[in-house]
Write a new protein. Sequence first.
Length: 385
Amino acid sequence: MPKRRIYLDAAATTPLLPEVYEAMQPFWSQNFGNPNSLHTWGREARVAIEEARRTISTLIGAQPDELIFTASATEAANTIIYGLVSARHVKSLIVSRIEHHCVLEPAQFAHHHWQIPLAYIRNDNLGRIDLNHLEELLKTLPRPALVCVIHANNEIATIHEPQPIAQLVHHYEGFLFMDMVQTFGHYAINLAELPIDYTIASAHKFHGPKGVGFLYVRKGKPVPILLRGGAQERQFRAGTENVPGIIGMATALQTVLNHLNHHQQHIQNLRRYLRDQLKTLFPDILFNGDASDQGLYTVLNVCFPPHPAGEMLLLRLDIEGIAASAGSACSSGAHQRSHVLEAIGAPPNRPSIRFSFSHLNTQDELDYLLEVLKRIYAETPTPTT
Ligand code: PLP
């Protein structure tokens, strides 16, 4: 058994905050009503859902009826792509190569099975899309296009500013979908001032429960539908609502945003500390994506120097009680090379590991990580030729 357990994988998921659990708890037991029932139990649940919708929409600068609750951000992304394509609201798809799989896979499916034109936007070595190439694609592909560009990348911390992208997309009558899963709860987002047509969120990325998220559709834009059945969510998303999940999501967002400045500062300091200490420890270390202070402050993707210690590094960290995530090839313990690292041309012969942080992490934990790394590298001999 490892002596310590250190969780440095907050971009994968975050623990539920105690106040979130407390807020959810009654909706599993005494207030268990189906929000679609007309009796008191049902009405109580309905009131709670609508209150959660108002809370979330106020926090992110949306109108309550611009939000559709879903079971995950993956469902929300699938809804946008399949919904818009199948209803012929869009005639082509233009996506960045550093999208999450929940965007890439439905886009590829729609292309292969429904023959919708699909194009990938060129990017630089930080993963930032080439706006000139985007314009070329918008000019040549059938209109309107749905353009999918991730806001903050979950693997390499690269952030896309929405304004210049939206300006182009809208000039060519397209729609802009930006995946904001890694930014909601971590930045002050005001959708009223962002020219984004569609976005998605997932509660478990900001200390809410798993299995609940939302889809945002700007008023006046076509509403994509994936799940048909009951009249829930104004008939845009059938299926009995996850009442405790929705309450938990609203409470989590409210709670983390209450402490946003403090958390941002704390996490940014941790990230800087780890980045700088790693540079001292391994002079030829590289970072994948945007390791600067302008990058997503919760994520640091480290590209370790080629060395036998890099073999199965992720597993060796796990044995030492440290949870992080693979960003790269089998050499770090991952099954498959990441499409994001491939898209930015990250060196394939170096193990890449994504460390990601929450406000619950401490500098002491990072010192332990650094100690462990030092030990692993010192204990693994370099082969003599
Ligand atoms: N988009 C991004 C950027 C993510 O990091 C994730 C989760 O890993 C998702 C989408 C999918 O979220 P969910 O777990 O709610 O399906």
